[in-house]
Design a binder for this molecule. Structure first.
Ligand SMILES: *[C@@H]1O[C@H](CO)[C@@H](O)[C@H](O)[C@H]1NC(C)=O
Ligand SMILES: *[C@@H]1O[C@H](CO)[C@@H](O)[C@H](O)[C@H]1NC(C)=O
Ligand SMILES: *[C@@H]1O[C@H](CO)[C@@H](O)[C@H](O)[C@H]1NC(C)=O
Length: 258
C-alpha cells in the first residue's frame, strides 16, 4: 500500500519530466518567407500614335535627313512613341536635343555598342526635356535642367549657359552647343547639337546608398545546461537527457517521500 502511494507520484513526476524533456527538443525552424517584390523598371506602354495630329519628333528629324542614328535609337527604345503621346497628353511641351549622324560618328569607337539597352534608353531620354524651351528662354533657364531621364540631378542633368543666340550645354561629361533650331511650334522644340550628350552617370559611380543599420544580432538559443556529456548525436543526447531527467525525478520523489 505504501509502495503504491510512492509509485503513483513517481509515475506522475516522471510523466511531467518526460513532457518537459520533449518540450525542450528544438522545434522545426520556421520556413523563411521572403516576400517576392516585382522588380525592374515599370515601362508604361504608350498609346498608339494617331494618324494625324501634333508633330511627331521622328517625322521632323526624318525630313531633315541628318539624324538617322538618333531616329534609330528613338525607335529601338520606343521613346518615340512616348514622346508623341506626351505631346498629346501634356501641356508642358517638349524640347529635344538631336545629335547629328556626324556627332555619333565622332564618339569614341564602340561607345554606343558598349551601352546596355537600359543605358540606350536613358541616353535617348537624356536628350529630351519634359518642357518646351524656346531659344530665348535658355537665358533664364535655371540649372541643372531636369531631363526626361530623371534621376540624380548631379549625374543625370545638364546645364545650359546662353548669351544672345549662343547656347552652350554641359553635362559634366560633354560640352557642346546648340547649332541650329530644327523645329519650334511653341509646343515642341527640336535643336541640333554638335555632340552626343553623354550623362555623367555613365562614367561616374552612383553615390553610395545611405548606410542601413546592421541587422539585430540574434543570440542563438543556448543548449540546455543539463547536458551530461558532449555527445554529438542528437538522438544520444535526447536519450541522455531523458535518463538524467528520470533519475532527477526519482531523486526528487525519494526526497519527498523518505
Ligand atoms: C560657349 O563655349 C565656347 C567654347 O567653350 C565659349 O567660347 C563661349 O564663350 C561659351 N558661351 C557661353 C554663352 O557660355
Ligand atoms: C550645373 O549647375 C549647377 C548649379 O549651378 C552646379 O551645381 C553644377 O555643378 C553644374 N554642373 C555642371 C556639370 O556644370
Ligand atoms: C567643359 O567646359 C568646362 C568649362 O569650360 C571645363 O571646365 C570642362 O573641363 C569641360 N569638360 C569637358 C569634358 O570638355
Amino acid at each position: 500500500m505504501k509502495q503504491l502511494l510512492i509509485a503513483f507520484p513517481v509515475v506522475f513526476l516522471f510523466l511531467i519530466c518526460c513532457t518537459l524533456t520533449a518540450a525542450q527538443s528544438p522545434a522545426a525552424a520556421p520556413a523563411l518567407s521572403i516576400p517576392i517584390v516585382p522588380s525592374g523598371p515599370t515601362i508604361t506602354t504608350a498609346a498608339p500614335a494617331p494618324a494625324a495630329g501634333p508633330a511627331s519628333v521622328t517625322a521632323i528629324l526624318k525630313k531633315d535627313g541628318r539624324f538617322s542614328v538618333f531616329i534609330k535609337l528613338l525607335q529601338s527604345t520606343k521613346v518615340d512613341d512616348t514622346l508623341d503621346s506626351q505631346l498629346i497628353d501634356s501641356n508642358n511641351g517638349l524640347t529635344v536635343f538631336a545629335p547629328t549622324d556626324n556627332a555619333f560618328s565622332n564618339l569614341k569607337t564602340g561607345t554606343l555598342n558598349s551601352f546596355t539597352d537600359e543605358q540606350k534608353m536613358e541616353l535617348v531620354q537624356f536628350h529630351v526635356l519634359p518642357t518646351h524651351i524656346s531659344p530665348s528662354q535658355f537665358q533664364t533657364a535655371s540649372n541643372p535642367l531636369r531631363t526626361q531621364a530623371g534621376g540624380s540631378p548631379e549625374l543625370l542633368a545638364m546645364n545650359v549657359t546662353a548669351i544672345g543666340n549662343m547656347v552652350n550645354i554641359t553635362t559634366g561629361e560633354t560640352n557642346t552647343s546648340v547649332a541650329n533650331t530644327i523645329y519650334d511650334d511653341n509646343q515642341l522644340a527640336v535643336y541640333e547639337v554638335g555632340k552626343v550628350l553623354l550623362p555623367l552617370r555613365f562614367y561616374e559611380p552612383l553615390p553610395p546608398p545611405p548606410p542601413s543599420p546592421p541587422p539585430p544580432k540574434k543570440s542563438a538559443p543556448k543548449a540546455s545546461p543539463v547536458s551530461v556529456a558532449p555527445v554529438d548525436s542528437s538522438t544520444d543526447k535526447c536519450l541522455f537527457k531523458k535518463m538524467f531527467h528520470a533519475m532527477a525525478c526519482v531523486v526528487l520523489v525519494m526526497a519527498a517521500f523518505p
